[in-house]
Ligand binder design. Sequence first.
Ligand SMILES: [Fe+2]
Ligand SMILES: [Fe+2]
Length: 321
Amino acid sequence: MKEELLEQGAMRDEEIRERSLQLRLRAGHQIESEEEMTPRYREVLVQTMLIAADLELMTLPSYFGALCNAPTLDDKISVASAIQDEMGHAQVMYRMLEDFGMDAQELIMGRPPEAFKSFELIEQDCGDYITCVVMMALGDRAGYTTTRDLEANCSFGPYTRSLRKVNYEERFHVTHGERWVRHFWNHSPRTRERVQAAVDLLFPMAASWFGTPDSMKKRTDQLTYRIRGLSNDELRQQWLNEVVPFCESVGIRIPAHFDTTEGRYVLSYEEPIAWDAEARQWNYENRITWPEKFAHWKKGGPIKRAGLERIQNERWGAALW
Ligand SMILES: [Fe+2]
Ligand SMILES: [Fe+2]
């Protein structure tokens, strides 16, 4: 009986701490140390930072092919510099996870590839410079949309401050991507075709970057705790507001448009759609179920396993990353 009462008391204390934290967060309070967190807040924050760190790391294998095949020394330097930026972002984020008792070395070198929480978009092999600049215009733009929201709204002070530099650099990647997408679109019929092909492949993956629609999301802890400020749909909308006018100004065909009835940019298809591996294109007509889509994401993209295994096993950069 006494134990039961003690247990109930402990639960009540926990509930009171939880509620007072949420009230303080709602009033705009910034968290500076672990002591101020409840276990739930801590868990949501750590998960958010871990996903962000894994996404940064995954850019190395994704952009590596483009580094090798870049047509000029200037282009090589640009890709190398973007990869270095991304590794710096990863370093900052894994390092911050050490403050929460995690071991960065173990997180990067010790986890099996399937345990990394990257997304389909960044598990693609850019392979060549044109695909890489399309990735920057669409994909870095998606990442930048998320990290800008985190910098502006995240309730964990050390994280928002660390994102200042990250966002400077992301902006550079996006601008670089857009500049060269426009260049290759106007350079020759062959390069224009290649820009369009890369957009056809990557656009739906970039739109998926922000996750499932709000209507089916059960857990909104990230918003309750103001880890993020904007929901999945709001972030996707922000991204569409930026990429659709850009693509339209270049002349690139995309599966998104301005809906005059709704008064906003919308996708021209309904999720979830299937990737037709044989035809190597998205099948917009034949919709799949969400469990099928989740299974597809879980399998990982073409370079997830190989890329991470290479990071974990290659000694001394022998094959010159
Ligand atoms: Fe980054
Ligand atoms: Fe980037």
